[in-house]
Ligand binder design. Structure first.
Ligand code: HEM
Ligand code: SF4
Ligand code: SF4
Length: 635
């Protein structure tokens, strides 16, 4: 399906502007838009709890024509970035591009997804509206599934005094730091790719920018209401590109979400292991290598280095292949100046594929030419490319594997004409094969086709949309495609609304972070005991380790909300006991009973609080136990 979609787009966009063929470049382009607009918005942003929301609203109100558009662009470009990265992933996966030498791009691509989400989600927290507060709280609850740390992370978000300007500095640090790390991983992602396609064509770039500006003007981004602690809106307009995981977590659990996220990541990372055996890498025939470096310049995967000569011949350099990076595409053989049939016909290039040597290809060509047949040199990855010809077929690994001298050779040996067939332009299985072939034939890249070859006897047939649609149809389809994509981005960025709680329900949060009583009391050390200790160990009291568990019992309207015995954390069982629960309850007037006990001694004191509470639908009641501050608080 993807190839036919790509071909259909070729008709209307042309291969250079076909978005399906340049998703990686589009992702880079969107990243730069996000970065540039982010710098602008940050210049007006007040990174404090009280000022964050206000400063963004002021920017959108007072400068709707620039600040407002910048802010909307920042969001929509970020959304489009996720969409394009996921489409890029799907396209590469469907093409099987996780196998063999591509494992590196694939694995770094999977890692990129975590950085993309890490960068984007924190951006919502900075706005500190109801959506940002919901997202920060849900993310903290997600990380709390591991029970790490001396207190649940969510405690930082439960009441107004918990959210401090220092916490905001951390948000800012993360929202700048993680995208910078993302950029570094993007750079690593393309590190093993030569002549990388990181800049989209003008038509594609301008079209994308125009689409984002149109979305920003037609549906400017506005914040939700400022964050508030006593209530949760019944519905929230979430950005589904970035925040879909929160509803998924509340529909399942934090543990299930970890299983889904971790499982999907591991499954994607494991895909390269399913690879079939790899084709043998290209091999250098040193006796024929002149050290010209053309193969190194043409290799699409930077698999060839030029190193000092080792055989004493009068050349400075020689080519060396890094087998683990080699795609076995043969493009290097096609670029080698020594890949020319000799006086006796045979060919022995300086670099060649052991699995499909140029000599075998030449021998077939000689045979078909002697029969006076048209010869089709065809890439084996593009069966549709050769459909325009019924000549004698000679399969290549890539069209770029064919040295142009072979066309000359076949014609001189009697072939009436020669066809070179391969993948669509900008859709080459090995990225550059058809581009180099066109350039070699046009004489703009070495090795040139011999100019004496009659051009009407040599054709290239590249798969893909060969017929370009009429201009009016092209413009109409391009505008429609951008409009559909832009509308989808702007829609999913807010719709459909997410229902946070069932109608008529309220939310109760229970948080307990408390160290139970010591199982044995501390005792004062005698002077003799102290003297026997090393000077740095002379603590006046000896406290045997181990603490009592903490019992928590919360009932609302006669229904047990929490009844648990919490074990102390820590290897020596002397850390705090921790509990955090988030429960939907029916709204209304209820009798609330909270009882917390932290001792095993019979008759020891427990903390209790009993009262009638009135909770409206959508209200949030937080039951927070802070022994040091006086006991059980209702927030
Ligand atoms: C931030 C997001 C990403 C960006 C900016 C990005 C960018 C790029 C670029 C520019 C290329 C080179 C294209 C070319 O010149 O032919 C590329 C190749 C590739 N990408 Fe990504 N990518 C991203 C995410 C991903 C993801 C999520 C995956 C999959 C897990 C992935 C898998 C690949 C693979 C396998 C290739 C190699 C294609 C080939 O060898 O022909 N990328 N990427
Ligand atoms: S076969 Fe392809 S990937 Fe391998 S060295 Fe030659 S050009 Fe590079
Ligand atoms: S193109 Fe051929 S001659 Fe030139 S460096 Fe590569 S192997 Fe050697």
């Amino acid at each position: 399906m993807v190839p036919s979609l790509e071909r259909a787009f070729d008709r209307f966009f042309g291969p250079r502007a076909n978005p399906w063929r340049h998703l990686g470049a589009l992702a880079f382009f969107l990243f730069w838009i996000v970065a540039a607009t982010g710098v602008y918005v940050y210049a007006f942003f007040d990174p404090s709890v009280a000022g964050a929301h206000r400063s963004l609203e002021r920017l959108a109100r007072e400068q709707w024509w620039l600040g407002g558009v910048m802010r909307s662009l920042h969001r929509y470009a970020s959304d489009a970035f996720v969409a394009v990265a996921l489409l890029h992933l799907a396209r590469e996966a469907l093409a099987g591009h996780f196998r063999g030498f591509r494992w590196f791009s694939w694995t770094t691509g999977v890692i990129l997804l975590w950085f993309i989400y890490g960068s984007g989600v924190v951006g919502y927290w900075l706005v500190w509206d109801r959506v940002g507060q919901f997202s920060a709280t849900a993310t903290a609850e997600w990380f709390d599934a591991f029970g790490l740390g001396s207190a649940p992370m969510v405690r930082n978000f439960l009441s107004r005094p918990d959210v401090t300007d220092r916490l905001f500095s951390l948000f800012v640090f993360l929202h700048i730091g993680v995208p910078l790390a993302l950029l570094a991983v993007m750079w690593v992602h393309i590190e093993r790719i030569a002549h990388t396609d990181t800049v989209p064509s003008r038509a594609l770039g301008w079209g994308t920018l125009a689409m984002l500006v149109a979305a920003s003007l037609l549906r400017p981004v506005a914040s939700d209401a400022p964050a508030a602690f006593g209530s949760l809106p019944q519905t929230l307009r979430l950005d589904w590109f970035y925040l879909f995981a929160h509803p998924l977590m509340y529909a399942t659990s934090a543990e299930v979400l970890w299983l889904i996220a971790g499982g999907a990541t591991l499954a994607l990372l494991a895909l390269p292991l399913l690879a079939r055996r790899r084709a043998a890498a290209a091999q250098v025939r040193l006796a024929r290598c002149t050290g010209c470096a053309r193969c190194a310049h043409d290799c699409p995967y930077l698999a060839i280095s030029m190193v000092p000569r080792s055989d004493g011949r009068a050349f400075l350099k020689q080519a060396v292949v890094r087998p683990e990076q080699c795609a076995a595409c043969g493009i290097c053989a096609g670029s080698c100046p020594t890949a020319v049939p000799g006086a006796k016909g045979e060919v022995a290039p300086g670099i060649d594929l052991p699995g499909l040597a140029l000599e075998a290809i030449r021998a077939q060509a000689a045979q078909f030419a002697a029969q006076g047949r048209e010869i089709v040199f065809a890439c084996r990855h593009a069966p549709s490319g050769r459909q325009g010809s019924d000549g004698a077929l000679i399969e290549l690994e890539c069209a770029g594997q064919l040295p142009p001298s072979f066309a000359d050779y076949a014609i001189r040996r009697g072939a009436p004409s020669v066809v070179i067939a391969g993948c669509a332009l900008n859709g080459c299985e090995y990225r550059l094969g058809n581009r180099w072939t066109d350039a070699r034939i046009a004489g703009t890249r070495e090795p040139h086709l011999n100019p004496s070859v009659a051009r009407e006897r040599l054709r290239t047939l590249w798969a893909g949309g060969k017929m370009r649609a009429p201009r009016a149809a092209r413009v109409a389809v391009q505008v429609a495609a951008f409009a559909v994509f832009g509308a989808l981005v702007a829609w999913l960025s807010f719709e459909p609304p997410y229902r946070t709680l069932p109608a008529g329900e309220a939310l109760v949060r229970v948080i307990v972070v408390h160290a139970g009583e010591r199982l044995q009391p501390c005792r004062k050390r005698s002077p003799a005991e102290l003297a026997a200790l090393a000077p740095n160990m002379r603590a006046p009291e000896a406290c045997p380790r181990g603490r009592a568990p903490v019992e928590v019992d919360v009932q609302l309207g006669g229904r047990v909300l929490v009844r648990e015995v919490l074990a102390p954390t820590g290897v020596a069982a002397d850390g705090t006991a921790q509990l955090y629960r988030r429960l939907a309850v029916p709204a209304g007037r209820h009798a609330l009973q909270v009882r917390i006990r932290d001792s095993l001694r019979p008759g020891a004191r427990a903390w209790e609080r009993t009262e009638t509470v009135e909770i409206a639908a959508g209200q949030v009641l937080t039951i927070d136990f802070r022994a040091g501050d006086g006991g059980i608080f209702l927030l």
